[in-house]
Ligand binder design. Structure first.
Ligand SMILES: O=P(O)(O)OC[C@H]1O[C@](O)(COP(=O)(O)O)[C@@H](O)[C@@H]1O
Ligand SMILES: [Mg+2]
Ligand SMILES: [Mg+2]
Length: 332
């Protein structure tokens, strides 16, 4: 089997004709993310030996307790992307406001990221990840929070790295989805799945069942149908998985199909779901659609949402097309 490295893949994309073509600057940006993710992966791999576990004792803008690794990964990505020379500004789950790169307001790209997704899993040795979304710089002067408020359809690239039994990088430029596996000894990612493809049908769902009593009726109805199994109206048994790292749950969906849901619920009308639109839902929705799946908040396509705030939340239902369509129809 001839091996294609990430560098070779990016070179080929720079030289491609038409839709698959990427700019050399975008290639540089992905190289920077690939490099820093290898450092994060190495730290995660060493765990307690690298001193990255534990809680930092601070809170982020959403009032969530920060883990040491949340802050370490955030700082590493900020430094790497600023040094790439192609990024005008960044926004992160761990920063209240965006971080413009001084003197680079004219550079072509803005990047939003969740530096460490699945924080509750860091200390218990379960898969975690980094999620990123790349937007064009609107070049309207200085970079501020408003520069980032573009719908998901504007993304020029998106992806994630999952730090699991293997470290995998999954990437889209809007021309399909490719997955790479980190070869730790060689220090590079190698293409292992050139075209991820989510089957339209599935027998697997992912939702935090402990929130069941808070769900709205359409989600209650849909999940009840799945739980009824063979003797219910769906006529088949469904299995359930919930890793509680979106990146790992979505990686499973991209690998073998399934539906992943984090619905909004009745608890707090000012909190429309748990997941963040700009650096969780949008990049994952771009990947899922590019792999043939669907992604909705309730009944609206997530990529069409016009954001109004950097850290806004939204409901998420994504994955196998027929299942996502079915639960979306219950919301109409
Ligand atoms: O604890 P819960 O309610 O199951 O939530 C799990 C969800 O929260 C998240 O961990 C939020 O991400 P962060 O760790 O980046 O805050 C998602 O990855 C995951 O899907
Ligand atoms: Mg997250
Ligand atoms: Mg996070």
């Amino acid at each position: 089997m001839s091996m294609i490295t990430l560098s070779q893949y990016l070179k080929a994309a720079e030289g491609a004709a038409g839709h698959g073509r990427i700019t050399p600057e975008l290639s540089t940006l992905i190289h920077a993310l690939s490099g820093v993710s290898q450092h994060i992966s190495a730290a995660v791999h060493k765990g307690a030996l690298s001193g990255v576990l534990g809680t930092a004792g601070t809170e982020n803008v959403q009032g969530e307790t920060q883990k040491n690794l949340d802050i370490i990964a955030n700082d590493m990505i900020l430094v790497a992307l600023a040094a790439s020379g192609v990024v005008a500004g960044m926004a992160s789950e761990e920063l209240d406001d965006c971080s413009p790169v001084p003197g680079h307001a004219d550079k072509p790209y803005l990047v939003l990221f969740d530096p460490l997704d699945g924080s509750s899993n860091i200390d218990v040795n379960v898969s975690i990840g980094t999620i990123f979304s790349v937007l064009p710089n609107p070049r309207t002067g200085d970079i501020n929070n408003h520069s980032f408020l573009q719908p998901g359809t504007a993304q020029v690239a998106a992806g994630y790295v999952v730090y699991g039994p293997q470290t995998s990088l999954v990437l889209t430029f809007g021309n399909g989805v490719a997955a790479f596996t980190l070869d730790r000894e060689a220090g590079e990612y190698v293409l292992t799945t050139p075209a991820m493809d989510i089957p339209a049908d599935t027998k697997e769902f992912a939702i935090n069942m402990s929130n069941q009593r808070h769900w709205y009726p359409p989600v209650q109805k849909y999940i009840a149908e799945l739980l009824a199994g063979k003797t219910g109206e769906r006529g088949k048994d469904f299995n359930m998985r919930w890793i509680a790292s979106m990146v790992a749950d979505v990686h499973r969906v991209l690998t073998r199909g399934g539906i992943f849901m984090y619905p909004k619920d009745l608890r707090d009308p000012n909190k429309p779901g748990k997941l963040r639109l700009m650096y969780e839902a949008n990049p994952m929705s771009f990947l899922v659609e590019q792999a043939g799946g669907k992604s909705f908040d309730a009944a609206q396509r997530i990529l069409d949402i016009q954001p109004t705030e950097l850290h806004q939340r939204c409901a998420v239902m994504l994955g196998s097309a027929h299942e996502v369509q079915r639960v979306a129809d219950y919301h109409l």
